[in-house]
Structure formats: C-alpha cells, structure tokens
Design a protein around this ligand. Structure first.
Ligand SMILES: Nc1ncnc2c1ncn2[C@@H]1O[C@H](COP(=O)(O)OP(=O)(O)OP(=O)(O)O)[C@@H](O)[C@H]1O
Ligand SMILES: [Mg+2]
Length: 265
C-alpha cells in the first residue's frame, strides 16, 4: 500500500458461505473505505443478507478473510483445513458486532422493553456502561432520529417507521465504524419509507460508512457512491451509481433493473 491510498475500513477477500450443499457466496472481494456508501442490489435469494450477516459474524464465513481497519478477524487453522477456515473467539466477535452495527428489515426490537430500554440495552449489557450514563446516551440517540418523546413507549405502540428509527438509534448508540442496513424500508407501508430514508440520508451527510441492501433503486442512486450487483454468489457488476444503475454493462444487471423499473413511469 502506498502512503497516498486511502485507508481501508473493511477488506473482504475470497468470502464464501455455504449452508449444507447450498453455496450462497462463492468468493466475494470488497474494499470499503471510510465514508463509502455502498448500495447492494441483487435478486431475492442472491445472498445479500448473507453477505451482511457474514460481515458482522451473525453467520460464520465458510472461507475467506474479513479485515476491519487492517485487523483480520479470527485466526487461521492451517493445520486442520485448507488455510482459509478460521477460528473466532466470542470476545472478538462481540467487538466486531459493535464495530459493524446492523439494522434489520424487521427492526428486531425487544417487545417487553421500552424504546429507551431498547436503545440502552447494548450499552448496559455489552459495553457495561453505568445505568444513568446508558440512559442519557440512549436519549440523545433517540433525539437524533426525532423520537425523543417516544422514549417511554413500548415498540408495539409505534409505527413501523418509528420502530425502524429506534432500531437505527440503537445501532448508533454503540458508535459503530460501519453501519449495515438490510432492506430497512421493505417492511414499511409506503408512506413511512420517507422518514427512514431521511434518517439514513442524514447519516450519509455526516460521512458515515454504510452498506445498504435495498430495492429502492432511486434512493440507491442518490445515496450511494458505489453500487454492487450480486448474482451467482459473486459481485457480478460494480461501479458508480451512474455506471451500474444507468448504464449497466452486464445483461443480468440490465434484466434486474428492467424488472425493477417495470412499474415506474
Ligand atoms: N440460515 C440459513 N440456513 C440455510 N439456508 C439459508 C440461511 N440463510 C440463508 N439461506 C439461503 O441462502 C440463500 C441466500 O439467502 P439471503 O437471505 O442471503 O438472500 P437475499 O439476497 O438477502 O434475498 P432477499 O432479497 O429475499 O432478502 C437462499 O437460498 C437462502 O435460502
Ligand atoms: Mg435479504
């Protein structure tokens, strides 16, 4: 690496993931630099969620390496395998999951905890922050997503858009270096999509590093500085939003976009 190259926040090499005999990811190579906003597109079942889940080790990669800020996660087991399989410690994975925060399609809030409790939970149990400090930090994160007044509500009494903003506040509370969004708006009624996309856009303007799986092609175009199209377990095409979304080179990408634009006029 020369001194002029930008630092790499996330470096993925040869990432493979199989479930039984179903090999979903067949060798993903990806470099993410600080401030990158990467939109990930692909057909249903192409492995987009699996990729995000491998990046924060909710799924264990079958092969390949993932480095965060120059540090490879896990250690190789060359004596037992082909050198690509790795061993991970729980403490290490807990740290990685804080550094790469995930926001899910279905929010995944704890229903028995208040909104404030949900946002403070990771601060208390994972970061071992004292109660008052955790609650104060949680309150400030709720304010960032415009939900300060909902702190004492339970998730069941919120709209989907509000639930998703709580989930974003919860992820932000851990001060992640990287945010992973897995179709954060696809469970929402159309009129609630905008409020969540506005929060994500504000995070982009702060210069946060993000990977976003989405079917909102128009949003991806304006949000991303790089777009990946995943097919057959690999990054089939990548480039700027103009390159991939307006002038795709690959037929698979063209067909995918044509299907997505079928009903837009
Ligand atoms: N835990 C699992 N166990 C077994 N198979 C799985 C598991 N998770 C995902 N898969 C399989 O991996 C493939 C890719 O799934 P994944 O959820 O990553 O796709 P996706 O691109 O996110 O799709 P969608 O757009 O529908 O969300 C699918 O064939 C799926 O059935
Ligand atoms: Mg998915």
């Amino acid at each position: 690496m020369t001194s002029t190259s930008p630092p790499t926040l996330l470096r993925i090499r040869g990432l493979r993931k199989q479930f039984g005999t179903n090999e979903v990811l067949k060798g993903i190579d990806l470099d993410v630099h600080p401030g990158d906003r990467i939109a990930v597109l692909g057909a249903s079942g192409s492995g987009k969620s699996t990729l995000l889940r491998c990046i924060n080790f909710m799924e264990m990669p079958s092969a390949g390496t993932i480095e965060l800020a120059g540090q490879a996660i896990g250690s190789a087991l060359p004596q037992r395998h082909d050198g690509t399989q790795r061993r991970y410690t729980e403490a290490e994975l807990t740290r990685v999951r804080q550094r790469a925060g995930m926001v899910f399609q279905q929010f995944n809030l704890f229903p028995h905890m208040t909104v404030l409790g949900n946002v403070a939970e990771g601060l208390r149990t994972v970061q071992r922050m004292p109660r008052e400090a955790a609650l104060e930090k949680a309150r400030s994160q709720l304010a960032r997503v415009g939900l300060a007044e909902k702190a004492d509500e339970y998730p069941a009494r919120l709209s989907g858009g509000q639930k998703q903003r709580v989930a974003i506040a919860r992820a932000l509370a851990m001060e992640p270096e990287l945010l992973l969004f897995d179709e954060p708006t696809s469970a929402l009624d159309p009129e609630l999509v905008g409020e969540v996309l506005r929060v994500i856009r504000a995070l982009a303007q702060e210069g946060r590093t993000m990977l976003l799986v989405t079917h909102e092609i128009g949003f991806a175009y304006h949000f991303a500085n790089r777009v990946l199209f995943i097919a057959d377990g690999v990054i089939h095409e990548s480039g700027t939003p103009d390159e991939v979304l307006k002038h795709p080179r690959e037929k698979r990408t063209q067909d995918f976009l044509a299907r997505h634009n079928e009903f837009s006029f």
